[in-house]
Design a protein around this ligand. Structure first.
Ligand code: ADP
Length: 423
């Protein structure tokens, strides 16, 4: 694309365009890594369906000036059209000249990538090959990379892998109890996800303790629609609850998390399920949604649980109770990886906002000396953060995650160290 000369003051400031391309959505943000300011952000969703839409917010971090626009494009449209719309908006706002690189969230880096990586033809081919481990995610990431290479042909593109932070896991944590050849010949092992989020909140906790991250021992619970717990020893991930795919581990919004693998044989052999139906059941119809038969949304379930006159109140309570027990069990089991523990971190939409879930989880962690202060726990929601434990407890921090900022920051750092960019 041709770059437009700008009269805007903002164009003199370098920024990274962060792209998170999913199978039917594109999330994007334009972030100044130095200040952390978000100039523009947005979401295109339901792509390639008649409900396709795109929403752009700009002047995001500029007080009282935020603008929100919903595109008038006629649906259906695809990723390329969504990204072209973004490019047009950036041109219109004189922001194109400020962009020095594109940072892409890439879900699966397998064992190939433990660091942010400049995308070239070889890297793209490897991401494509890794689609066999992440068939829903990596192909969508490639669509985003291709679309951005077309739109911003001269700019460096950086891949930040969701699996990268967990590449420090030792063999004993990443191997399944399966024949070793399945690992050696087919890469079947645990990889873990949400790495960027766990890394970010661990860093923030280190800052709160005024300690270098390398000296911190933490357990971090990322609780959103997808949920995972990670144990961080001396600043590095040494185990995490998600495995070869994001299905393993604690129960989630619509994913079952851990189940007895024998249930799959039972579903197929005794109940006549096809493999595709099992896949849909475990990934899309289980978890909070499956148990409550009401919603995958924690907020909705809490509202119904508290409304005792609601006919599904008991079922909502049951779903949330199982959810919290499984999180507490995961946190407690991960303490086995540590000889010291500085504290527990809650993050993600649920971790940052649901005081009920946090209380219910921590109530079951008394043996690890975690005890919440009810007042602080209630008060810490909707963007506030901090330690919500009583003074005699180990710290329990609520920390807002910011994966987009990490992608911007790590892309900028890579370009600076490679001198490939102009930061
Ligand atoms: P994603 O994994 O898609 O990024 P989020 O991190 O945004 O998801 O988390 C979404 C979850 O956070 C939903 O279950 C939602 O109900 C929950 N959530 C958001 N706000 C609240 C709140 N105030 N109370 C309870 N749960 C909340």
């Amino acid at each position: 694309m041709s770059k437009q000369k700008s009269a805007s003051a903002q164009t003199s400031v370098t920024a990274i365009l962060v792209i998170n391309c999913g199978s039917s959505s594109v999330k994007f943000s334009l972030i100044q890594p130095r200040s952390g300011t978000t100039l523009l952000s947005g979401l295109a969703e339901c792509l390639t369906t008649p409900q396709a839409s795109i929403k752009v917010r700009y002047n995001v971090d500029i007080d009282n000036q935020e603008q929100v626009e919903t595109s008038t494009l006629v649906a259906p449209f695809d990723h390329q059209v969504a990204l072209n719309t973004l490019v047009n908006k950036l041109v219109q706002l004189n922001l194109v000249d400020s962009i020095v690189a594109i940072g892409h969230r890439v879900v699966h880096g397998g064992e190939h990538y433990a660091q942010p990586t400049l995308i070239n033809t070889t890297v793209k081919k490897t991401i494509e090959k890794l689609a066999k481990l992440a068939p829903l995610h990596n192909p969508a990431n490639i669509i985003g990379i291709n679309a951005c290479q077309q739109a911003f042909a001269t700019l460096p593109q950086v891949a930040i892998f969701d699996t990268a932070f967990h590449q420090s896991m030792p063999e004993k944590a990443y191997l399944y109890g399966l024949p070793i050849k399945l690992y050696q010949e087919h890469s079947i092992r645990r990889y873990g996800f949400h790495g960027t989020s766990h890394y970010f909140v661990a860093n923030q906790a280190a800052k709160l303790m005024s300690k270098p991250l390398e000296q911190c021992n933490l357990i971090s619970a990322h609780l959103g629609n997808g949920c995972s717990v990670t144990v961080i020893k001396n600043g590095q991930s040494v185990d995490t609850s998600m495995g070869m795919t994001p299905l393993e581990g604690i129960m989630m919004g619509t994913r079952s998390g851990d189940i007895d693998a024998g249930i799959i044989f039972h579903l197929v052999e005794q109940l006549g399920f096809s493999i595709e139906q099992v896949d849909t059941l475990l990934n899309k119809k289980s978890g909070l949604f499956g148990l409550s038969e009401l919603s995958n949304d924690c907020r909705t379930l809490e509202t119904v649980m508290l409304d005792k006159s609601h006919p599904q109140s008991a079922q909502a309570t049951l779903a949330l109770t199982v959810f919290c027990y499984r999180i507490a069990k995961s946190i407690a089991s991960f303490s086995a990886s540590l000889s010291e523990l500085d504290g527990l971190i809650f993050t993600g939409g649920i971790g940052e906002n649901s005081s009920w879930v946090r209380q219910e989880v921590v109530n079951q962690l008394g043996l690890l000396n975690f005890h919440l202060c009810e007042e602080k726990n209630q008060a810490t929601r909707f963007g506030s953060s901090g330690d919500i434990a009583i003074n005699t407890s180990r710290p329990c921090w609520v920390i807002g995650t910011n994966e987009e900022w990490v992608i911007a920051e790590q892309s900028a750092q890579l370009l600076t160290s490679n001198s490939a960019g102009k930061l």
